[in-house]
Write a protein that binds this ligand. Structure first.
Ligand code: FAD
Length: 468
């Protein structure tokens, strides 16, 4: 039987995993990518040097047979290390123990490993091919350009757009048949900075504790196995570890107001902000001014579409269909779930592409909308609530109720991060749990003021048992 041809646009994280999964199932896959081959030309990043990988993403990598390769590149993060204004830091564990953790991986290395895996599985890559437009009739006619400005046209029975938040395939689909696109800017942006690996610190600016750690042969200037957060109310800094010992620091600020990227608009202004608000982080950032000047302010927005496909001719996946803000660390994880689900649907029904696309959208869109909402809520949690005693009491009670009622109560962060429960279900269960936690902690400041037997009874009354 002839193999079904699948044409993908974009060899980013989602496109490369989807290519692997489809090629492994016997499809004949061709991927067109705007950039040059990163394995030859070096990875041209542009955005978040590292990413948090969680269970949903790991599941996709497992199916592709890539866990060993990827875990060699990963650094475990057990929880949030919260750095308070007074300089003290505390670890808020994500899960019960080290079986419930997330992993920091390099975007570039992960992307290259995925491209390699896809090629080994039989997928074909055409690099330096930027999609510039598409027409849809009896199939799709795709227009490409290379860096030298040469134009190419390619016919395909259908095309799948994994070309990211600014998807050119989405623009062409939208022009042919409006998709109901809405882009909601967050009103906050981000800037990346770096804590170097200890051996790379300029000798004159080694922080005192770090000098001792370096003498012991250590590479990380701060705790490696955590996602560090400096929450400051309306804004924050975070830092994720890189395998070689550095940390990628991301400063999130509003675009307007004070402080914002409108007022913190120069390296000198960045130093003043850090001296005032992130004093304990400042000694860790010897290149603050240079990084601030060199790196752009990244834009953050949520993309909503009423429609992800044009019948059997085109489909969007990953960020091209549902770009979200990064505060739950789930954009790639959600895109990897897309890849697994789409590959399964194709394998089950290869002869009816229109049905596969419609089914994919029906199953995935409610889940994408749920994680989009949870990611927006998590920004408030990270930058503000982790320093709020009422939030911390609800969190502590949630963990106790989860231990006492494991068949019903699972903290929302855990459902999203450590399970593959559909996001929409995690969202609605999380809302019921949160209502209960607010009711049980109202007027209380300590856990021992709460009647746990009564709380258990309420859990049994108000929270549905988990599906086994
Ligand atoms: C600051 C930040 C931090 C993040 N942190 C996390 C995290 O911790 N965990 C997590 O799960 N997610 C995170 N994300 C989200 C994650 O980066 C995205 O969800 C993920 O990259 C989506 O993958 P994708 O393949 O759909 O798109 P992309 O990664 O954007 O890949 C798109 C690919 O298409 C190519 N392309 C684009 N246009 C064209 C064209 N016209 N023709 C041909 N090729 C084209 C691009 O070159 C690229 O290779 C973060 C995002 C940001 C902005």
């Amino acid at each position: 039987m002839a193999k079904t041809d699948v044409t993908l646009i974009g060899a980013g994280l989602v496109g490369a995993l989807l290519a692997t999964l489809l090629a492994q199932r016997g499809f004949s896959v061709t991927v067109y990518e705007r950039r040059r081959d990163p394995r030859v030309a070096g990875y041209a990043g542009g955005r978040s040097i590292n990413l948090a990988l969680a269970e949903r993403g790991l599941h996709g990598l497992r199916l592709a047979g890539m866990t060993d390769t990827v875990m060699k590149l990963a650094v475990m993060m057990r929880g949030r290390m919260v750095h308070h204004r007074d300089g003290h830091a505390e670890l808020l564990r994500y899960g019960r123990d080290d079986s419930e953790v997330i992993w920091s991986v390099s975007r570039g290395r992960l992307n290259m490993a995925l491209i390699e895996a896809a090629e080994n599985a039989g997928a074909r890559f055409e690099f330096d091919r930027r999609l510039t437009g598409a027409r849809f009739g009896d199939g799709a006619v795709l227009a490409f350009e290379n860096e030298g400005g040469e134009a190419f046209e390619q016919r395909a029975p259908f095309a799948i757009g994994a070309d990211g938040a600014g998807s050119a395939l989405r623009a062409a689909m939208n022009a042919a048949h409006p998709l109901g696109e809405r882009i909601e800017p967050l009103g906050h942006g981000y800037k990346e900075l770096e804590i170097p690996a200890l051996p790379d610190f300029p000798a004159t600016s080694l922080p005192p504790d770090a000098a001792e750690a370096l003498a012991r042969g250590e590479r990380f200037a701060i705790e490696p196995n955590a996602l560090h957060i400096w929450p400051r109310g309306n804004y924050m800094c975070i830092a994720l570890p890189n395998a070689e010992g550095s940390f990628t620091v991301t400063l999130f600020l509003p675009n307007e107001g004070n402080p914002s990227f409108a007022t913190v608009d120069s390296p000198a202004a960045a130093r003043t902000l850090f001296e005032r608000d992130f004093a304990d982080a400042l000694p860790l950032l010897p290149d603050l001014e240079n990084d601030f000047a060199a790196n752009p302010v990244g834009v953050l927005a949520t993309l909503y579409l009423d429609r992800w496909h044009l019948d059997g001719k085109a489909l969007l996946v990953g960020d091209a269909a549902h770009a979200i803000v990064p505060f739950h660390g789930q954009g790639m994880n959600c895109g990897f779930e897309d890849a697994v689900e789409l590959a399964d649907l194709f394998a089950a029904n290869p002869g009816d592409v229109a049905a596969v696309f419609a089914d994919f959208e029906r199953r995935r869109r409610p889940n994408a909308e749920a994680i989009a909402a949870m990611a927006l809520e998590n920004y408030v949690e990270m930058r503000d609530s982790v320093a709020d005693p009422a939030f911390l009491l609800r969190r502590e009670l949630g963990r106790v109720l989860a231990q006492r009622n494991p068949e019903r109560f699972v903290p929302r962060y855990s459902m999203v991060t450590f399970t593959r429960m559909p996001y929409a279900e995690a969202f609605s269960r999380g809302a019921s749990q949160e209502r209960l936690l607010r009711q049980l902690t109202e007027g209380r400041t300590r856990l021992d003021e709460i009647d746990l037997a009564d709380a258990d009874a309420k859990v049994r009354r108000e929270i549905e048992p988990l599906a086994s």
